[in-house]
Design a protein around this ligand. Structure first.
Ligand code: NAP
Length: 309
């Protein structure tokens, strides 16, 4: 397409304000013109209470960016695609695997872009980790993703409800990096899920996976960590060791720091979205979501103490 892409954003909440608005401002080729949000208004933008109204009121809109919780993502994405709009999905791309597959099919038939963004894949050190691993075989992978839910997700009831993912909301970020840098199929073998007595979604999870080459992969996700936060992926290979930390923004190879850079994930994702639209391409990798779905499918559920957030 030629000219600046006119975009409308749905769900003006935490991630939209923290990341999407500044990233769109920094990106050539795309401009935010409208917002659809039930309770919030975007400054200097055309505001609507619902996506239906935004689509009706903005016939020139090229793209729709969906930043609401995953439970309501599918219906909005479907509506936007059927209206002929290119669609940017926040992570996770949906609450179920089948709905994301259905969206791919709709986007293909409509001839528009569908982009399932995985922001952690754009963290500063992920590209180098991937190329270093490309010439080595992993022997063992250990993921530790431990954070304080009260700090990162205050006042977000949806995250504890069915389809809200619980601790897999951050955990899927680790899985998105894992499936990006380890270039072999990964099978989920078993999972233990700790679910607070007053919630629908887990506060802690342990996963056992295996790479096609046989390398064991263990992951621990925990939302009860106060103090320093941990977002680490450690990989032992036949040719040295790798430690990705700070959510993918810091890389050590054999103990030596190679990369330590600030997070610039969202501007990189918007540059990608613009390129995808130029090519009317679809970029939806469901691998991280499939691992989460498998963990829920085969995981043992253990009820833990009620949790007040
Ligand atoms: P949020 O602030 O709780 O929700 C975003 C907005 O969605 C809300 O302000 C609300 O806007 C709308 N919304 C909330 N519940 C809704 C519902 N039940 N039905 C329809 N709309 C609803 O959440 P967030 O932290 O921005 O996260 C949104 C998505 O971004 C999630 O998938 C999350 O995994 C992802 N994400 C979040 C972060 C982060 O740091 N928070 C980082 C990366 C990705 P209105 O009430 O005005 O409609």
């Amino acid at each position: 397409m030629t000219g600046t892409i006119k975009a409308g954003l749905v769900g003006l909440g935490k991630i939209a304000r923290d990341q999407h608005l500044p990233a769109i401002r920094k990106t050539n080729g795309i401009e935010l013109v409208a917002v659809a949000s039930r309770n919030a208004q975007g400054e200097g933008l055309n505001n609507y209470g619902a996506l239906t109204d935004m689509l009706a009121g903005e016939p020139d809109l090229d793209a729709v960016i969906l930043c609401q919780p995953p439970q309501v993502r599918y219906e909005a994405a479907r509506q936007a695609l059927l209206a002929g709009k290119h669609v940017f999905l926040e992570k996770p791309p949906g609450a179920t695997v089948s709905e994301v597959e259905a969206l791919i099919d709709i986007a293909e038939r409509q001839g528009v872009t569908l982009y399932a963004s995985w922001h952690s894949r754009y963290a500063a050190a992920v590209g180098l980790a991937k190329s270093w691993l490309a010439s080595r075989s992993p022997k063992h992978v250990s993921i530790q993703w431990r954070e304080d839910v009260r700090h990162w997700h205050p006042g977000q009831p949806w995250i504890w409800e069915a389809g809200g993912f619980g601790v897999f909301d951050p955990g899927i970020n680790a899985l998105s990096i894992l499936t990006e840098i380890v270039s072999e199929p990964i099978a989920l073998l078993s999972a233990n899920l700790e679910v607070p007595a007053n919630k629908q979604a887990p506060i802690g999870a342990e996963l056992k996976m295996v790479a096609a080459s046989g390398a064991p992969i263990e992951a621990v996700f925990d939302w009860r960590q106060t103090g320093p936060q941990t977002w680490d992926i450690a990989i032992e290979t036949d040719g040295g060791s790798l430690l990705l930390s700070e959510g993918g923004n810091m890389l050590r190879l054999d103990g030596e720091v190679q990369v330590k850079a600030p997070d610039e994930e969202y501007p990189a994702m918007y540059r990608r979205f613009v390129r995808l639209i130029e090519n009317k391409a679809i970029d939806v990798d469901i691998a991280p979501l499939r691992l989460v779905a498998d963990a829920f499918l085969c995981g043992e559920h253990r009820t833990t103490a009620a949790f007040e957030d």
